[in-house]
Design a protein. Structure first.
Length: 214
């Protein structure tokens, strides 16, 4: 019988092939897809997130673990859909217009997926209008904006303004982050949440989604 600790352990080591095999085996043994997702894959990714937050792990190890997570999700996704397990919510993520940095954004995406959130990644150099249009198109409750250059942070303000102009502030929340971004900047532009790092970002996103659902 496959144990969820085993799946979680192999995921933390970044062993994609083992994770895939164990997820297949667990399904054959009749273990529910939600159980495998929450107590196997997401539990393992949660450990990775904590260690990353505490500087016990670095970007390459997170990316390797993410590959293992995706290998497991590939097998699990059709079963999750069949059994009607829904994601905790949907987030649109991107690096703002004028900024081409994507490592931080990619790590945040991994952490969000690792918390059971569906993510639409718009890439880099994303204009405010694109964020809002994509959020509407994908029925996303969250827009996550990343910036590494101080010169591009103004675009985050435009995203917040656009959400308000369209009267969407109750349906769509805006989260901001990136090296130069601070809590006081977040407050100044009226964004809904700020995170100093990827793991905290995922925690903040889960809280925002839960609040909106509640």
């Amino acid at each position: 019988m496959v144990s969820m600790e085993e799946i979680s352990g192999f995921l933390q080591k970044g062993r994609a092939r083992n994770v895939k095999q164990l997820v297949e085996q667990a399904l054959e043994e009749g273990i529910g897809p939600a159980e495998i997702l929450n107590h196997g894959l997401l539990a393992g990714m949660g450990v990775i997130g904590e260690k990353f937050k505490n500087n016990e792990l670095f970007v390459p190890e997170v990316l390797i673990a993410a590959r293992a997570l995706n290998a497991g999700l590939e097998v699990l996704r059709p079963k999750l859909m069949e059994s009607g397990v829904e994601a905790k919510g949907t987030a649109v993520i991107g690096t703002v217009k004028g900024d081409l940095h994507d490592i931080g954004k990619n790590i945040v995406r991994i952490m969000l997926e690792g918390h059971g959130i569906q993510v639409v990644d718009l890439g880099v150099d994303v204009a405010a209008e694109q964020f809002v249009e994509a959020a509407l198109e994908h029925h996303a409750q969250l827009i996550c904006c990343s910036a590494l250059l101080t010169t591009t942070m103004g675009e985050m303000h435009r995203v917040v303004e656009l959400v308000k102009e369209r009267g969407l502030q109750d349906r769509i929340k805006v989260m901001v982050g990136g090296a130069p971004v601070t809590q006081s900047f977040c407050d100044a532009i009226g964004a809904d949440a700020y995170a100093p790092d990827a793991a905290s970002g995922a925690d903040a996103a889960v809280k925002l989604l839960a609040k909106m659902a509640g």
